[in-house]
Design a protein around this ligand. Structure first.
Ligand SMILES: Cc1cc2nc3c(=O)[nH]c(=O)nc-3n(C[C@H](O)[C@H](O)[C@H](O)COP(=O)(O)O)c2cc1C
Length: 185
């Protein structure tokens, strides 16, 4: 999992917390330099607390970290939140840090890569880069508000976003509402 300097780090924290309670999956985390800044601005957790939720952490400048190699065994990668700068780097194959390199490896190894992007409004440049990635099979899953499960709090929305992306990897968690379930409960 990669965390970049876009808004929405709470979703990354929720994902890491769900994975921490899951014996089947091991989480490997890399945090960009800019994310360290947004963590300070937006988050109740500090960088160390976020890192402590992951099984393995990497320095974003350690370009030789295990996740830089196509031989690293994994189900895939989630970048959350994903900035437009990181989208541009991935779209151009410009892998000058470990997070970008790991995403590049997912594409070259034909593994699952999900980008939980966050920016508003989106410029034509952002949209071009996102379209390019979507066309080669990268999942673009924007951090957008969710309503059908009738959230009462922001935390309810965060849970749904986190559970929804993990559902794509076969991770079952309690925060996930399928269409129709909210009305039944
Ligand atoms: C508080 C704060 C919030 C930001 N939110 C966003 C955002 O939502 N989306 C985005 O694309 N960039 C956002 N940025 C800008 C990125 O942090 C910046 O482009 C940075 O270079 C991204 O680098 P990275 O992708 O390596 O983390 C934000 C910056 C700050 C300081």
């Amino acid at each position: 999992m990669g965390i970049t300097g876009a808004s929405g780090i709470e979703v990354a924290i929720e994902i890491l917390q769900i994975l921490k309670d899951n014996d089947e999956f091991e989480s490997h985390l890399v945090i960009s330099d800019s994310a360290k800044e947004t963590i300070r601005h937006e988050c109740n957790y500090d960088e160390e607390q976020i890192q402590s939720l992951a099984d393995v952490t990497y320095d974003v400048h350690h370009i030789g970290g295990a996740i830089a190699s196509g031989t690293f065994p994994c189900e895939g990668m989630i970048v959350v939140p994903c900035s437009m700068k990181t989208v541009a780097g991935i779209a151009c194959g410009y892998s000058d840090n470990l997070l970008l390199r790991a995403a590049d490896v997912m594409i070259k190894e034909r593994k699952k890569l999900v980008l939980m992007v966050r920016e508003s409004p989106l410029s034509p440049i952002h949209l071009e880069n996102l379209t390019k990635l979507a066309k080669i099979g990268v999942d673009i899953m924007p951090l957008v508000m969710t309503f059908y499960h009738r959230p009462q709090t922001i935390e309810d929305m965060i849970s749904q976003m986190a559970a929804r992306v993990l559902h794509q990897f076969g991770v079952v968690s309690s925060g996930f509402f399928r269409w129709g379930e909210a009305e039944q409960s």
